[in-house]
Design a protein around this ligand. Structure first.
Ligand SMILES: O=P(O)(O)OC[C@H]1O[C@](O)(CO)[C@@H](O)[C@@H]1O
Length: 322
């Protein structure tokens, strides 16, 4: 499926051009949409973006949703009932639906006007993974509706990010192992980040630590850290800070300065140090979360190994009714 063809086709079918973009999914798939929400919030002057956990979209359908709206639904397995239902109700409302999944037999595809069956796994280039595809869809929507001055710079970033990740993973391999050894008995982690990467702080907390390791965790926006959460800071509590390159780096640096003074268990994962700075300044911030996802996979695998708790282990999902 060709991103620009899909978006130009949809835009031609609308009455007044695309006016809204709804990003709808559950769990890890929803996390993959956060950078696009941040991008459109930041760069669009007219397009209205919305991001919903699928069941909320179904139960409190936004009144703005109309025939000129695009609803992007992502489900890795393709059969999460809430996500399938969200695509169905969006289609019933006459919106244009785009479905992304790794499963070519997915139920989601029944309600997707346009379909992306994406690549997944260690060997795939991240530009063919859902987070980057959803970003490309969002960038393309902005380009065809209002124009996007940094379109070419963004495409340059798409071409570079996989190589940056490959090098970054080599750089953190030993650190991730040392992190896992040091923190193997901890029961709680706070994850900080900002800008386009805040969704990945949330994702690392709810998916990688809570779901896959059964550890307590919470995400904290680096800006919000000073408005409540910093009161729990002490020398015993572990923090992971994902430091962005780009406009919100100042927020992450402020959190780091405080943590260096009052905390002792602080793991810093710095996109700048990992080489993201070769991407153009105008767009680099949107690529931080793509890098962080892959880098934090190295951390979670190291933790799973030393804790002897495989990432696939579940006690409720797929085992009991919910
Ligand atoms: O992306 P899918 O297949 O809809 O799956 C959603 C589920 O997968 C996870 O993202 C990861 O297992 C869960 O958090 C969520 O319930």
């Amino acid at each position: 499926m060709n991103v620009s063809k899909v978006i130009s086709t949809i835009n031609e079918q609308t009455q007044n051009g695309i006016t809204e973009v709804y990003l709808v999914a559950c769990g890890g798939s929803l996390v993959d949409m956060y950078p696009s929400k941040y991008f459109l919030d930041s760069e669009a002057q007219k397009i209205v973006p919305g991001m919903y956990t699928a069941n909320e979209f179904v139960h409190s359908l936004p009144k703005r949703l109309n025939k000129d709206s695009v609803v992007i639904v992502c489900s890795h397995g393709g059969n999460t009932p809430e996500s399938v239902e969200a695509a169905k109700v969006a289609k019933e409302r006459g919106a244009h639906t785009i479905g992304l999944t790794h499963n070519k037999e997915a139920n989601l595809l029944k309600y997707s006007d346009h379909q992306f069956v994406y690549e997944w796994g260690e060997d795939s280039d991240v530009k063919n993974n859902p987070m980057a595809i959803i970003m490309e869809l969002s960038v393309e929507i902005l380009k065809v509706t209002e124009g996007y001055a940094h379109y070419d710079a963004f495409q340059g970033g798409i071409e570079k990010i996989n190589g940056i990740i490959t090098e970054g993973k080599k750089l953190v391999a030993a650190r991730a192992k040392a992190f896992a050894d040091k923190y193997r008995t901890e029961g709680l982690f706070y994850i900080l980040s900002s800008g386009a990467s805040y969704g990945h702080a949330y994702g690392f907390a709810i998916c990688s630590l809570m779901e896959m390791q059964w550890l307590n965790a919470a995400s904290i926006h680096s800006g919000e850290y000073f408005h409540g959460p910093f009161e729990v800071t002490d020398k015993e509590t572990p923090f992971i800070l994902m430091m962005n390159e780009g406009r919100t780096r100042a927020l992450d640096e402020r959190a780091l300065t405080f943590l260096q003074k009052y905390a002792e268990k602080v793991e810093v994962v710095d996109a700048k140090e990992l080489g993201i700075g070769t991407i153009a300044d105008e767009v680099v911030e949107f690529f931080n979360p793509i890098l962080f996802y892959s880098i934090m996979c190295v951390y979670r695998e190291a933790l799973a190994d030393v804790r002897n708790h495989p990432l696939e282990t579940r006690r409720y999902m797929g085992k009991v009714a919910y």
